[in-house]
Design a protein around this ligand. Sequence first.
Ligand code: AMP
Ligand code: ZN
Length: 154
Amino acid sequence: MKTPAKRIYNSASVPQEDCVFCKIVSGKLPSYKVYEDDRHIAFLDINPFSVGHTLVTPKRHGETLWDMDDHEIAEIFKVASKVSMGVVAAMNADGFRLMQNNGEAANQAVAHIHVHVIPNKMEDKGKFMNRLKLSGDEMAKVADSIKSEIAKIE
Ligand code: AMP
Ligand code: ZN
């Protein structure tokens, strides 16, 4: 890990025991989980930009990319790549976007590192994406189909 010249300000910063994503990791809060390994989990975003929008997060708490060492950074993007294959297959999407926000200025709302995996269809091209709200049943169905597509990937 390198020592940054500057800290990144985030008003969403909370003590680790209050961190929403740590609570999801420990199972204290529910989530629509699609993937898990020793060091990561992936679950549906509750307020998705598109159906299938998934968040990949390390189990170890850290606020921004700068709190991860080079190996952890490589690993989370490898997991995000694998998750993207399941998301695109399950949603029959044509492309996907990875997004990773660091700090308040970048609109980071949850101060626990995460990578957004956002599937896109051809008709989304050039369009501004609004947040969606799916029912619990729809979320569960989407999570199941992503989970089973990821399970097919080597
Ligand atoms: P960011 O702006 O990069 O910090 O993104 C945080 C994301 O987490 C947003 O897209 C939220 O919709 C999402 N989010 C917040 N709380 C939860 C939760 N309990 N379960 C799933 N997604 C969440
Ligand atoms: Zn956390």
